[in-house]
Design a protein around this ligand. Structure first.
Ligand SMILES: [Zn+2]
Ligand SMILES: [Zn+2]
Length: 315
């Protein structure tokens, strides 16, 4: 089969590799119909990632397709928790100490443990279903917040927009801040107030993943606020936070990482219910051969995901 393999930083090659073997321990073979790209893929392409196996390696973690054995349409979740470590036993599988990662959506086929597979609701196209992977993380992040009516979101990428859609769906008022006017327009389309900077809010979500954004999220917190850090800063990043408000304003900083399996099903149901305008985040559908150029293309402009359809040949 054809697959996109990372050979090192910014070295992505599309090549023929052996098909996954349904009889080996990797699990169920899924014929990929859509694998969406996200900021994590761009990071992986630029400088690798702690969850990647040694090079050369397959990647792509937002994957939807059809089970080769039963024909059922499924979303392939990107990991399976161990079920035995202390966080798993405490009901927090998203911070499992030894998850099995299921990467390799940028290929014609992927093998995944059955526990990673989630049935796709009828009528939801594969490309939209693939977005349940990041949306599940947004569902989790909203649950990590408080029930404050007034929320601010820093960052209008796909994650920030998904957070906005979920919070607005719960009847809350949302302000989303992003320097790009195109992303502010997307937020406004969802019903959020859009701004270049955040004022103070009782509930703040950071959805950028850079040290300066963590700092800005704390600066945008009203006294007593909860600040949910959704965007990841790699370990060792230097984050300088003003400690004053943490103490005097009793701010609560909460991390939100990844998602639990039930949150993937909630995300699929929300997508089937039309949580997001279908075309808002889905960019052009491309072939595997077009993926290297897509990952190298500059970000900016509206928040969009590329949809890789590995059945497609180069246009
Ligand atoms: Zn992703
Ligand atoms: Zn575990």
């Amino acid at each position: 089969m054809r697959a996109a393999l990372l050979y090192g930083p910014q070295d992505l090659r599309v090549q023929e590799i052996p098909d996954p073997d349904p009889d080996d321990a990797e699990g169920i073979v899924v014929e990929v119909e859509a694998a969406t790209t996200c900021g994590t893929d761009v990071k992986m392409w630029h400088h690798g990632h702690r969850v990647l196996p040694p090079y050369p390696c397959a990647f792509g973690h937002e994957t939807a397709g059809t089970r080769a054995d039963t024909g059922e349409r499924v979303l392939v979740s990107d990991s399976v928790a161990c079920g035995a470590c202390p966080p798993c036993r405490a009901g927090r599988p998203q911070i499992c100490r030894c998850p099995s990662w299921v990467l390799g959506g940028f290929a014609e086929r992927i093998a995944a443990p059955e526990a990673a597979l989630h049935g796709i609701p009828d009528g939801l196209p594969a490309a939209a279903a693939a977005m349940a992977e990041p949306l599940a993380a947004a569902v989790h992040a909203v649950d990590r917040g408080s029930d404050a009516q007034d929320a601010g979101i820093l960052g209008g990428g796909p994650m920030g927009l998904m957070l906005a859609a979920l919070l607005i769906g719960q009847g809350r008022s949302v302000t989303l801040a992003d320097p790009h006017p195109e992303r502010r327009a997307q937020a406004a389309q969802l019903g959020a107030d859009a701004a270049a900077r955040l004022a103070r809010h009782e509930l703040v979500f950071e959805a950028v993943g850079r040290p300066e954004a963590w700092r800005a999220a704390v600066a945008a917190a009203a006294p007593g606020a909860v600040v949910v850090l959704v965007g990841g800063c790699p370990s060792g990043s230097e984050v300088t936070l003003d400690p004053g408000p943490l103490h005097y304003d009793e701010l609560e900083l909460r991390g939100a990482f990844h998602h639990a399996p039930a949150e993937v099903d909630r995300a699929l149901a929300a997508l089937a219910d039309g949580l997001l305008p279908r075309e808002m985040l889905l960019g052009p559908t491309i072939s595997l051969d077009e993926l290297p150029a897509a990952l190298a293309s500059p970000s900016g402009g509206p928040a969009k995901k590329w949809v890789v359809d590995p059945r497609r040949t180069m246009r």
